[in-house]
Design a protein around this ligand. Structure first.
Ligand code: SF4
Length: 331
C-alpha cells in the first residue's frame, strides 16, 4: 500500500462523479492524498506539454466518468483465441507496471492513470451487445486490472457480472501476483485469468515494477489449487541475446511447476506495434527495445519474418513438449 501512496499523492476527481459511490470507496484508500476537483479528465491527461516519464515516476490518479463507449473491437495484432465478436474494454487507462515494450507509452499522452468509475454503464453496453450475439471481452489490455484490485475491486465486479451472463466470456490478463485478492470468490468458467509470463532475465530487464516469475507462478498455483483453469501468454517473446537458453529453461520451469491439466490454452507472440506508437515511444524512451531495427508491414513494426518465425517456432516446439498443439495459439 505504501507504493500507491508514494505514487498517488494527488487524486484528480471529475465533478461529474464526485458523489459516485465508487469514487467515495476508492478515495478511502488514499486518506493522505490531495484531492483536486477537475471538470474533465482530458484537462489533466492531455495538456500540450507533458513528459511521460516524469509522470510515470510519480503517477497520479484521475477518477472520471465515461461519456462514450469504452468497448472497442479487438485489434488484428491481438489474439482472439478463435472467438467471434472479440472486444476489449478500456475502463482504466495506464498501468502501475512499466514494461519497456508497452504500447501504452506510444498510445497515451501522459502516464497518469485514468479510472472510469461508472462501470454500471459499461455493463449496460455489454448487455446490449449480448442481446445480439455472444461476446468475448478482454478487460485488462490498457492496464493491469488485477494489479489494481486492492484499490479498485473491479475484477470482483467483473467476475460477478460474468457469472450472470453465460454467453459472455471475459479474459483478465495480468502480470500480477495478487490472485489472493479474488481467491475467495466463486469464479465462473467463462471468466478466464490469463497470466503473461517471461523468463526472469527478460522480466528483470524490461518489465519494471512487475512481480518476478516466481511470484507470478505462485499466484497461478493459487488459482489452480482452487480448480481454476488458466491461460498463459508468452507474449511478447523478445529477440534477446541467448534467447534460446533463457526461453527453453523458462518453459521447462513453467510447465514443471504448474498443473498442465489446468491450463486452458497458451498464446505466443513476438513484439509488434503500430508505426505511430513506436515513433512516439522512440522519442519518449530511446532504449534497446524501441530502437531495434524493426521491419514494417501493414502499418505495424515487428522483427523480420525470419526472426519472427525463428522465435515462434522455437516457442511452439518447446511448449508442445507439454501442451497439445491445438491449445497453442500463435500470432
Ligand atoms: S503490464 Fe501490460 S499494460 Fe502494464 S506496463 Fe506492462 S505491458 Fe503495459
Amino acid at each position: 500500500m505504501n507504493y500507491y501512496r508514494k505514487n498517488f499523492s494527488h487524486i484528480y476527481v471529475e465533478k461529474a462523479i464526485k458523489d459516485h459511490p465508487e469514487t467515495e470507496r476508492i478515495l478511502e484508500s488514499f486518506p493522505h492524498s490531495t484531492i483536486v476537483d477537475i471538470e474533465r479528465y482530458m484537462d489533466v491527461f492531455s495538456p500540450t506539454y507533458q513528459d511521460f516519464y516524469s509522470e510515470k515516476a510519480s503517477q497520479k490518479i484521475i477518477l472520471a466518468k465515461s461519456v462514450s463507449t469504452l468497448l472497442f473491437p479487438g485489434a488484428p495484432v491481438c489474439q482472439s483465441f478463435g472467438n467471434d465478436h472479440f472486444y476489449y474494454c478500456s475502463g482504466v487507462m495506464n498501468c502501475i507496471y512499466d514494461c519497456e515494450y508497452c504500447y501504452l507509452q506510444g498510445m497515451y499522452p501522459g502516464a497518469n492513470m485514468v479510472i472510469f468509475v461508472n462501470l454500471e454503464d459499461t455493463f449496460k453496453e455489454v448487455e446490449a451487445l449480448l442481446a445480439k450475439h455472444p461476446v468475448y471481452l478482454c478487460i485488462s489490455y490498457d492496464t493491469d486490472l488485477l494489479a489494481l484490485e486492492g484499490i479498485l475491486g473491479f475484477v470482483k465486479k467483473w467476475i460477478e457480472f460474468t457469472k450472470l451472463h453465460p454467453s459472455l466470456t471475459v479474459e483478465c490478463r495480468t502480470k500480477s501476483a495478487g490472485f489472493d485478492l479474488v481467491e475467495a470468490l466463486d469464479i465462473p468458467d467463462n471468466f478466464i485469468f490469463a497470466w503473461t509470463l517471461s523468463p526472469d532475465e527478460v522480466a528483470r530487464k524490461y518489465e519494471h515494477r512487475a512481480p518476478n516469475l516466481s511470484a507470478r507462478l505462485e499466484s497461478i498455483k493459487r488459482a489452480q489449487s482452487k480448480g481454476l483453469s488458466v491461460r498463459l501468454c508468452f507474449d511478447p517473446i523478445l529477440h534477446v541475446t541467448n534467447y534460446l537458453l533463457f526461453y527453453s529453461a523458462f518453459f521447462e520451469r513453467v510447465f514443471s511447476e504448474l498443473d498442465i491439466d489446468l491450463i486452458t490454452d497458451v498464446s505466443i507472440g513476438t513484439f509488434r506495434i503500430s508505426k505511430s506508437y513506436l515513433s512516439s515511444m522512440r522519442k519518449k524512451r530511446p532504449c534497446e527495445i524501441t530502437t531495434y531495427p524493426y521491419e514494417t508491414s501493414g502499418g505495424y513494426y515487428s522483427y523480420s519474418d525470419a526472426v519472427n518465425t525463428k522465435l515462434l517456432d522455437m516457442a511452439e516446439k518447446e511448449i508442445s513438449r507439454y501442451i497439445p498443439a491445438e491449445k497453442i495459439f500463435r500470432i
